[in-house]
Design a protein around this ligand. Structure first.
Ligand SMILES: C[S@@+](CC[C@H](N)C(=O)[O-])C[C@H]1O[C@@H](n2cnc3c(N)ncnc32)[C@H](O)[C@@H]1O
Length: 287
């Protein structure tokens, strides 16, 4: 039994070391992101010299890169297999490193796949805080019967690229949302704001969707504190990151979402889990 106790203590130490040293993973990831390793591997698996030959970085230290790649492969960020004939290690992408590709918008793919019926009866949609409009552009591309509006601050939409079937509108979501759509899309917005500010945004969304009896499609984190699922753990971690990124922002549990939505005038809602650390919350105005 004493042995068991010792084993448990050592495991405890390993857990603390793991938490303390998590920054090593971040540093290794930063290194391969800055070198564009995932984009390099997007076409097919490659050896380290092949990867290095495609990275336009002066004085690349191959030995150190090989150690970074070995470490990240041990964490399943990259796939590493030894070629039987040449004995060389071939590196490839995994489901994790696909997230490092610069042109991959994976969350929207999950939204479009798992919320398919949700877009069926919509003729107009406004992405509030939509940035340059990439998300609403994907929605209207997948559902060409929908007319899309991308609403963001005037200086943001001023630089936005043109997308087919998307109109950019500049304004302030705390003032008014000047379009009356069938649906408002709010992706990664409310977690930036306190309950008080989020209530203001929700009340403006409610005013905007009331005319056409529309709905709200929120894409944001839903905290599930006891879950060990990696995606749920990431949402919990994000809650602490929010203290730095946006001091009044936070991630919310389903109970907190329910209270906030009610305050904003949306008492009916459903949470739709998707394979992402974000979930879809479909909300309807209170009667
Ligand atoms: C975290 S980004 C989210 C962007 C996008 N929805 C996404 O998921 O990538 C927050 C967005 O809210 C916009 N925003 C901030 N304050 C705003 C305001 N008062 N009115 C409209 N948009 C605002 C920002 O310009 C930014 O594009």
């Amino acid at each position: 039994m004493a042995g068991d106790g010792e084993e448990a203590t050592l495991q405890g130490q390993a857990k603390i070391l793991q938490i303390m040293d998590n920054f090593v993973e971040s540093m290794a990831l930063k290194c391969v992101v800055e070198l564009g390793v995932a984009d390099t591997l997007n076409s097919h698996p490659m050896t380290l010299p092949q990867i290095a030959a495609r990275i336009p970085f002066p004085n690349l230290d191959m030995y150190r890169l090989s150690r970074v790649m070995r470490f990240l492969s041990s964490r399943n960020v990259f796939n590493a297999t030894v070629d039987k004939e040449s004995g060389e290690t071939m590196y490839g992408l995994t489901d994790s490193s696909k997230w490092l590709l610069t042109d991959n918008k994976i969350v929207m793919k999950a939204v479009l796949k798992y919320y398919q019926g949700g877009f069926d009866n919509i003729e107009t949609i406004v992405d509030v805080g939509g940035g340059w409009g990439a998300a609403v552009a994907e929605i209207v591309e997948a559902h060409p019967h929908i007319k899309g509006f991308n609403f963001d601050l005037p200086n943001v939409v001023a630089g936005a690229p043109k997308y087919p079937n998307v109109i950019h509108v500049g304004g302030d979501m705390f003032d008014t949302i000047p379009i009356n759509p069938d649906a408002i899309f709010l992706k990664w917005i409310l977690h930036n704001w306190s309950d008080e500010k989020s209530e203001e945004i929700l009340k403006n969304c409610r005013k905007a969707v009331e005319e056409r009896k529309g709905k709200l499609i929120i894409v944001d984190g839903v905290l599930r504190p006891k879950s060990e699922n990696l995606l749920d753990v990431e949402a919990q971690r994000y809650d602490l990151k929010m203290m730095v990124i946006s001091p009044s922002g936070k991630e919310r549990s389903e109970d907190e979402w329910e209270k906030l939505l009610k305050r904003g005038g949306f008492s009916r809602y459903t949470v739709i889990k998707i394979p992402s650390f974000l979930s879809i919350i479909e909300a309807f105005p209170s009667e």
